[in-house]
Each structure stands twice: as C-alpha cells, then as structure tokens.
Design a protein around this ligand. Structure first.
Ligand code: TPP
Ligand code: MG
Length: 280
C-alpha cells in the first residue's frame, strides 16, 4: 500500500485517540477499553475506504457503518468530528444531559451515525437490513459492521449470520473486535467463542483474521474482501482492549473506567509525542 496513505491513516488514528481521551477527560469516566481497541479500524475506514459526505450525512449512495458495540461511540464521535460531520466542540458534551453525543450511538441524535445501537446483537440484524435494502435499490455501496467478541454471545448474531450467508450479502464487511475481554472478564471464561473465523465460514461467510491494530493489515483485508464475491465478509481483528494508551492496556478490568485528569493528560501527552514522530 502507498506509504504516504498508510502514514496518513496512522496519524489519523493517533488524532482520534487524542480527541477521545479529551472527551473522556471532560466526562470523567467511560467505555474506554473498547473504544480504543477499535480506533485503528475507524481510522482506516474514514480516512481511506468509505464513501461519504459530511455535508450530507444521509446521502443515499454513501457507505454505511453500524457500530453494533454502541458503547464505542466516543471513538466514532471523534472520527466523525475530525471529518467535519459536526463541530469539534460537541466532543466536550459527551454523555451529559441534552447532548447530541450520548454514551451509545443514536442515529436520531448525531450526524454521521447510521444506526442506533447499544443493545448488543441488534446491529447485526440492522446492518443486514441496510445492506439488503441497498442491494434491492441497485446501489453498489458497502455496509460496514462492528461487533465485539463478547457481543458474539448474543443469539441474534447467529440468526443474522445465517441470513447474511443465505442472502450472499457480499457488500457487508463485518469486523469482530477480538480484544479477548468483555464487560466483566475474559471472553474465553464467560462464553468462549473458540474459532470465530471458522464459525462464520461455516455460516457461508468469507473470513479473515488479522492484527486489528495494524492499519495496513486492516486496509488490505478490506481490499481482499471486496474482490471476493458471493459471500458476506468477517474480518476478525486481534486487538488489545485499551490499545494505544498504556495505562488502560495494563488494567485488567478496563471496560468502563474512571478517567482521572492525570490519566487523560498523560495519555494525551504520550499520543501527541507519537503524532509528532509520525509527522516526521
Ligand atoms: C443485550 C445487551 N446485554 C448486555 C449489555 C451490557 N454490556 C455492555 S458492553 C458489554 C460487554 C461487551 O463486550 P464486547 O462485545 O467484547 O465489547 P468490547 O470488549 O469491544 O468493549 C455488555 C455485556 C448490553 N449493552 N446489551
Ligand atoms: Mg471484547
């Protein structure tokens, strides 16, 4: 892949992390771990892959994104604000009464949010509806879906997996944020999904498993999915819950945490240093 584009994506990922840590600092708590682990995927999608228009967020021919693990909203809000969907200062209002940026994604509140999510499992079904609807309308755009590894415990995921396989929804590109943890423990201890890629393959999907913090691997996996017709796509992202902020990565329980000013300031300073190195 073009090294300039790769560097641009990496800088964007770092900037998204900086902005989300600022959001969490204002609120003082939040779903930090699972927002950070999916950040590199948002950076690739919005910097280099998706077709969208920030001035016309409901443009019918856009690619759509359903963040079914709706608690990762803060990472998506930072991404959308940086891309011009709404003013940056909205980010200071995360999850406060009257905000347009609630803790979980809400399509009626936030420009650029394509689907309301938060009740885990449902985003699988709604993304299939969006994708099938576009196919019926004769559009050739893509629907991107993000699910968590703990979220795979939901039965609704597997109903959707069967339906997508049956319908051969090849314009659906799903990612599983396989960060090995869920709300209150390790996914393998709570309800082990064993081999996620093999399971989706058995439901008629095309599946890949990659390093989910590697922007180049994410970009290449999407390109590969796009030239593999006739099946929906699952890209299993091996990630670290809290990725990119050492103090959060090191916490055993990092799903929903208190974010002190000290923690946020240290993270922002480290990320700003990284960003200046990336800028060269
Ligand atoms: C139907 C439903 N049950 C329970 C919850 C509470 N809940 C919120 S996040 C979460 C854990 C999700 O784990 P995972 O999908 O692995 O997310 P990540 O690790 O990416 O944060 C749970 C159980 C919910 N939001 N919806
Ligand atoms: Mg998880």
């Amino acid at each position: 892949m073009d090294p300039k584009l790769l560097n641009q994506i990496k800088q964007f990922a770092t900037t998204i992390r900086i902005e989300q840590m600022k959001e969490f600092k204002v609120r003082g708590f939040g779903h930090v771990g699972g927002a950070l682990s999916i950040t590199d995927t948002f950076a690739v999608l919005y910097e280099a892959v998706m077709k969208y228009d920030p001035k016309n967020p409901t443009w019918e021919d856009r690619d759509k994104l359903v963040c079914s693990k709706g608690h990762a909203g803060p990472a998506l809000y930072a991404t959308l604000a940086l891309k011009g969907f709404f003013p940056m200062d909205w980010l200071n209002t995360l999850n406060i009464p009257g905000t347009k940026l609630p803790s979980h994604c809400d399509r009626n509140q936030t420009p650029g949010i394509d689907m309301t999510t938060g009740s885990l499992g449902q985003g699988m079904s709604t993304s299939l509806g969006l994708c099938l609807g576009d196919r019926i309308q004769g559009r050739d755009n893509y629907t991107y879906l993000i699910v968590g590894d703990g979220e795979l415990n939901e039965g609704q995921i597997w109903e959707g997996a069967q339906f997508a396989g049956h319908q051969k929804l090849d314009h659906l590109i799903a990612f599983c944020d396989y960060n090995k943890k869920q709300l209150d423990g390790y996914t393998k201890d709570i309800l082990d999904q064993i081999d996620i890629a093999a399971k989706f393959e058995s439901f008629g999907w095309d599946a890949q498993e990659i390093d989910g913090q590697d922007a180049e691997a994410i970009y290449e996996a999407i390109q590969k999915a796009k030239v593999t017709p006739g099946k929906p796509h699952m890209i299993v992202l091996n990630t670290i819950k809290g990725a990119g902020v050492k103090a959060v990565e090191d916490m055993t329980a990092n799903h929903h945490i208190v974010v002190s000013a000290e923690l946020a300031d240290q993270a922002i300073a480290d990320l700003e240093k990284l960003l200046s190195e990336q800028k060269g």
